[in-house]
Design a protein around this ligand. Sequence first.
Ligand code: ADP
Length: 302
Amino acid sequence: MTVFVLGSINLDAVARVDGLPRPGETVAGLSLALFLGGKGANQAVAAARMGAPTRLMGAVGGDDSGKGLKAKLAGYGVQVADVLELEGVPTGQAHVWVANNAENMIVVTAGANAMVTPQQVSATPIEGQRVLLCQLETPPAAVEALFRAGAAKGSLRILNAAPALPQGAALFPLTDILIVNQTELASYAKLDREPTRLEEVSVAARKLMSRPDQTIIVTLGSAGVAAVRRDEAFLVEGRKVKAIDTVGAGDCFCGALAAALASGMDLRDAVEMANAAAALSVQKAGAAPSMPSRREVEAFLE
Ligand code: ADP
């Protein structure tokens, strides 16, 4: 089975600075590095590295950075024929400033990602794309169009409802597997603190269910992952690793889970595999470059 990702593609520009600038101040950057980013791109790379035939739908600008990011995605094995290049629109960008004391400031401009429309989705055949994976960095109306088309074809619809957006909840009834982290769970379930124990997580997760056949997966950072269904809940403990860079860990988990399910695994085995993949990813710097291959994950699980 194949994985079809609808999601964002960004150029991440990360500048290191001694201290963050105050309003009106100019500071000299110590270094600048450019990366492929965006939740859609990261998750598609994770799924492709895990061995799933992976298609990504989205949009970049008709600029050099858009072309460069598409080429990078293709280099990771992601099929990019459904990534539109929109003339006159900038590619989505994340500008990240990281100070010596690790404080940061981030501005994300959606650019072309905001221009993905339900019409673009409807014009793309999703025949045989059995695992659909979306996030909320592209317009929810486009996600809705894909999930409605997928339901008619019997596809498995996975929503990583990140970042937490009020409009996101309207998509939950169209979703088969919902993935959130603890912060997003607290936001959607309207809790004033993040749940940690499995019991609390289960109660909060069940608040987000709108159908008895749904699964809610909550990623718990180094503590692992909880999976909650109507009648059962289980915890897969986090793998003990030395974390270097946790940026993109959630994206690695989502992409790897979609790939594992597409390869026919049952939910528990797929969660274990994705939990192991994400633990491997935090041991390396960067998002896309840290996504492990299926062989690496299988060796780690032995
Ligand atoms: P997000 O990146 O969305 O904040 P989490 O922090 O919950 O998501 O991380 C996603 C997954 O990555 C976790 O469920 C776990 O499988 C893995 N993970 C994250 N941090 C660690 C860590 N320090 N050690 C081992 N696994 C980790």
